[in-house]
Write a protein that binds this ligand. Sequence first.
Ligand code: UTP
Length: 301
Amino acid sequence: MTTKPRRIRKAVFPVAGLGTRFLPATKAMPKEMLTVVDRPVIQHVVDEARAAGIEHFVFVTGRNKGVIEDHFDKQFELERTLAERGKEKELDSLRRDLPGAGQTSFTRQQSANGLGHAVWCARDLVGNEPFALLLPDMLHFSERPCLADMMDAYSETGGNLIGVKAVPEDQTQNYGIVGVEDPSDQVSKIHTMVEKPKRGTAPSNLHITGRYILQPEIFGLLEKQKPGAGNEIQLTDAMLGLLEQSEQTFHAVRFDGDLYDCGSKLGFLMANVAYGLTRDGLGDEFREELKSYIDREGLTG
Ligand code: UTP
């Protein structure tokens, strides 16, 4: 008899990075609060997690990140003022966006030692249960949220899952890459993984997109993990340890939508275009403005 995999209730959001690619914007403001249209990047990702059924949101923060905690709290003065001015629509939308009382937790990474270290900092808040992990600067743009697809796959496979997407072969050295049994499958068993492989050595062109479902045993490996690429404690190295040293399975789930790396300036600008063009009450006008800009500047070639 096969047992049903344990339910995923919690998601971890590592938001303690320094955001050096976005200086000076990130000198005093977290990069996760940069806005794509009118929502901070972190709100887009929390929306994705809520739509996938997540009930508790764990943020791993650092210095200068206090505003993220404020963002996910009630603003009584603002709400009173909106109510007094009859701005019901804005009020409703603020209330809708907010996780409920007691559904958020915050811990500090203290020093930015890498993604693996940030995830390890969430160990006590996650406890002994499987959890989702979402990298807030990676926006997954699709009709159905990426994490929801991964939850469906998890109910079949159990174990650990990693969201992946193909990149051109000559770019694999910039990413975490997985090797799978059948690259053409939507969900395929992973047999190896490597963070930023040297040119020509990648096991495939499938890169890790920043969405994971992980079993709590990962914390034990992260605790002992030595620094890897970039002298940072790498999550990919600990996941490889779990794959090699335990009975646990890892599956790759292909993401077919569009991916925007909002930690890079180009990705961030393109995310604003994509989300702006599909936003109700804005998209049509934005499209017209963009078209006339492109014509005026002669950008159509
Ligand atoms: P990145 O490497 O993209 O973020 O990490 P960064 O280090 O802030 O960016 P740059 O290169 O300096 O511009 C991916 C995610 O992991 C978090 C980041 O906040 C980001 O959301 N992170 C990274 C941590 O929480 N702690 C770390 O030590 C590193």
